[in-house]
Write a protein that binds this ligand. Structure first.
Ligand code: GLC
Ligand code: CA
Length: 555
């Protein structure tokens, strides 16, 4: 069994994502920081996770909360100092926790010195670090729309040219065609690896290579064209990643996960194929995009369970033996898992545990987004002034002013899918501001913190936190959970998510009820015993609302 023999630590690991700004504030300025994270390492160790993915902590003017970097070799002042970071790394390593960094190299901040140089005149040696083009008859070089709204080109009066920004105008895209840019990036990566970091989550890495003749894109909605076909998985992306692998990644025992925006199965095999010499894994987003509609992500349509399962099945089957999968319900760009796929009310606790079961018993490396282990729910903001996220605020204006969406409807969309839903402060206890800060938090705390907080869950054996602890421990105990084959059961069911795992003589059966009603399944479980379940009593083949059961074969 070749695949099974190919054991690596990152296949067996559970990763926990920290969004530092909202995790824990140690000095009362209302912003989470590195010392705050250090203080919570024991909490993470107790949960049982192996790897921490830190969203960006580099120096940044925070147009996009750190995803706009102005110095790759400095720590954001709000978050602390390089000494704090070194201490975090040491303290994590002492506890056998690894740390992977967010690597944001599709673009920089417009305040990065490379850009201020590049911007200063056409002859500057840094000019070609970014993507500058002439306009056409007083218009931008083409019709591309930025993913954060408006044109993807920003006019610069000084040199009478435009620069490309797929994201905000404060996030100019780097020109990866320029060998010097690639060398700068690789040197910076080596610098962090030599400090001892354990890998990278690579931000929108699928966008780094652009089709060089910059044709107009197709207009679907509004006035701008779609740049995706010319920027996602562009002509040289695999060449660049192979080069990065040769020059940097292959020299260290690290893990990499590429945020592969718009990735298809075929492309994923190239990014993460075992024999490709590129990345270890990628994040795909098909299951996140199932709710999309006419206005892209801004929608409130329910998600079909059948389709959701089909996506998971497709990715498991498609990558089987070719590349390693990743599993996640949420991150800092997505709404909260319970709010999206479970129930925030009567079945809050049951559905949070059910979702954990469903994801953690599958094959692939699971990611837990901060607060998910407590069942944290969406922000529930009712006023646009409560939002901080530039994507949300830009979309609010764009959809209402240019696309005929009513303000009421837009507020519903934001409550469903705004990125701020997952960015409210981590809920540590029931004291003021949920114990996140003694000051004024940069974004409002979810008012439900008296009910949902870490302190009330850590010592409660029936809590969601304790349940996640069990899920993680089981993965560490049982190879079948990591390496076993996966087979979807009842693919047509709109109510039940069920599957079988198999490894040699061992077998697991997992049943998850995604509805508020009792459901019945027909399955002979002779020779199996229950390994984990989220209700005290089980009544199989009946599955109570949001019930989850894992059966193990007696051998
Ligand atoms: C990625 C990040 C997101 C950010 C964007 C631009 O999608 O996850 O938070 O806004 O890239 O860097
Ligand atoms: Ca702080």
């Amino acid at each position: 069994m070749m695949k099974y023999m190919n054991k690596t630590w990152w296949k067996e690991a559970v990763v926990y994502q920290i969004y530092p700004r909202s995790f824990c504030d140690s000095n009362g300025d209302g912003i989470g920081d590195i010392r705050g994270i250090i203080g919570k390492l024991d909490y993470l160790k107790r949960l049982g996770i192996d790897v921490i993915w830190l969203s960006p902590i580099y120096q940044s003017p925070n147009d996009d909360n750190g995803y706009d970097i102005s110095d790759y070799r400095a720590i954001m002042q709000d978050f602390g100092t390089m000494d704090d970071f070194q201490e975090l790394l040491e303290e994590a390593h002492k506890r056998n926790l690894r740390i992977i960094m967010d690597l944001v190299v599709n673009h920089t901040s417009d305040e990065h010195t490379w850009f201020t140089q590049s911007h200063s005149d056409k002859e500057n040696p840094y000019r070609d670090y970014y993507i500058w083009r002439e306009g056409k008859n007083g218009n931008p070089p083409n019709n591309w729309g930025s993913w954060f709204g408006g044109s993807a080109w920003q006019y610069d009066e000084k040199t009478d040219m435009y620069y490309l920004h797929i994201f905000s105008k404060k996030q100019p895209d780097l020109n990866w065609e320029n060998e010097k840019v690639r060398r700068e990036v690789y040197d910076m990566m080596l610098w962090w690896l030599d400090k001892g970091v354990d890998g990278f989550r690579m931000d929108v890495i699928s966008l780094i290579s652009k089709v060089q003749d910059f044709p107009d894109g197709k207009v679907y909605q509004g006035k701008y064209g779609d740049l995706t076909p010319y920027c996602a998985h562009g002509p040289r992306v695999h060449e660049y990643l192979q080069e990065m692998n040769r020059e940097v990644l292959s020299k260290y025992d690290i893990m990499t996960v590429g945020e592969a925006a718009c990735v298809t199965l075929e492309e994923a095999k190239k990014y993460a194929g075992f024999d490709r010499g590129e990345l270890d894994t990628v994040f795909q987003f098909e299951h996140m995009d199932l709710g999309n509609g006419k206005y892209g992500k801004w929608n409130d349509a329910p998600i079909s369970l059948r389709k959701l399962k089909a996506v998971f099945e497709k990715w498991d089957k498609g990558l089987d033996g070719i590349a390693w999968n990743t599993l996640f319900w949420s991150n800092h760009d997505q709404p909260r898992a319970v709010s999206r796929f479970g129930d925030e009310n009567t079945y809050w606790e049951k559905s949070a545990k059910m979702l954990g079961t469903c994801l953690h018993m599958m094959r692939g490396t699971p990611y837990v987004y901060q607060g998910e282990e407590l069942g944290m729910v969406n922000a529930g903001f009712t006023d646009i002034t409560q939002y901080r996220d530039l994507e949300s605020i830009n979309a609010y204006h764009d959809l209402i002013e240019n696309q005929g969406v009513s303000e009421e409807k837009m507020m519903v969309y934001l409550q469903k899918v705004s990125r701020d839903n997952a960015r409210t402060p981590m809920q540590w206890d029931d004291s003021q501001n949920a114990g996140f800060t003694t000051g004024e938090p940069w974004i409002e705390v979810n008012p439900d913190y008296k009910k949902i907080n870490a302190k009330s869950q850590i010592n409660n054996p029936a809590s969601i936190y304790n349940y996640y602890q069990k899920l993680i421990a089981l993965r560490h105990e049982k190879d079948i959970i990591v390496y076993g084959d996966f087979e979807m059961l009842y693919p047509e069911s709109e109510e039940i998510f069920a599957y079988r795992r198999k490894l040699e003589k061992e077998e697991l059966l997992v049943f998850c009820n995604f509805t508020k009603d009792t459901q019945q399944v027909s399955m002979n479980i002779k020779g199996f015993h229950p390994l984990l379940h989220n209700y005290e009593e089980i009544d199989f083949p009946n599955l109570k609302p949001y019930e989850a059961i894992v059966f193990e074969k007696n051998i």
